[in-house]
Design a protein around this ligand. Structure first.
Ligand SMILES: Cc1cc2nc3c(=O)[nH]c(=O)nc-3n(C[C@H](O)[C@H](O)[C@H](O)COP(=O)(O)O)c2cc1C
Length: 223
């Protein structure tokens, strides 16, 4: 079966540069039906804007599954170079106050309306997961590999959230490079904020995303 021509991929639109589209020959290996949902999830992962993330947020067993998904991210040396901070309820307003102050420190001439936008950002969705890279000295695993592992962990969480019927979006804005903010959040010297996931239940239908033709990004290396 040629999977990308099957009905399972209804939401997947190829829009690569003209002439680059390559239709691979059918595979002789059959994809087991029990894997179809997983494949569909991978092909249709999408973000949901934070303002369209309502209650309920994932909690209990669902939150546990989302965090558990992060633990199976590829991770050279099994360093687990990540740490997550859950922010919900009234803590979101406290985070908003920090974001507003961080923003006005970085932009002393910013109009009050822009500063207020920062304050409101965490309130848009019921749950935030702050993504922290917990970087370690390792002879064989440089920092960039550890950051990649954190990225994979974050996307695993997004995929699990979508599988469970939640929406999410990975945001960073202007918060990741601010030393003042990282101190307020209690980050250790070897830690780096790489953004946060906003999570909740989508209050809008997913917008169809045009995804590019993968073959426009793929060449064969023949030596
Ligand atoms: C590290 C990282 C930081 C991001 N920061 C932002 C951000 O601050 N604001 C934003 O609108 N999108 C940001 N994005 C992109 C969104 O999370 C999302 O991927 C994008 O809107 C495309 O939507 P899609 O995930 O449905 O393809 C970031 C993505 C990554 C990987």
């Amino acid at each position: 079966m040629l999977f990308h021509q099957s009905a399972l991929c209804f939401n997947h639109v190829a829009n690569g540069p003209k002439g680059n589209t390559r239709i691979p020959p059918p595979s002789t290996k059959v994809i087991p039906p029990r894997m179809h949902a997983a494949i569909e999830l991978l092909l249709n992962r999408h973000s949901t804007p934070a303002k369209y993330l309502g209650v309920p947020a994932p909690e209990g067993e669902h939150l546990d599954l989302i965090l558990r998904a992060a633990m199976s991210a590829p991770d050279h040396g099994a360093l687990r170079p990540w740490r997550f901070l859950l922010v919900e309820g009234e803590a979101r307003a406290k985070l908003g106050a920090l974001l507003a102050e961080s923003f006005s420190r970085q932009n002393p001439d910013a109009p009050p309306a822009l500063i207020e936008r920062q304050r409101e950002k965490p309130l848009r969705s019921p749950l935030l997961i702050l993504l922290i890279a917990h970087l370690q000295h390792h002879a064989k695993v440089p920092e960039w590999e550890q950051l990649m592992a954190v990225g994979a962990a974050a996307e695993h969480m997004q995929l699990m959230a979508q599988a469970l019927g939640y929406g999410s979006v990975w945001l960073s804005g202007n918060i990741c490079g601010d030393d003042w903010l990282r101190d307020r959040l209690g980050l250790l010297p070897n830690e780096r904020l790489v953004g946060y996931l906003a999570l909740g239940t989508p209050t809008c239908a997913p917008s169809k995303r045009a995804r590019p033709d993968p073959w426009a990004f793929t060449q064969e290396w023949t030596g």
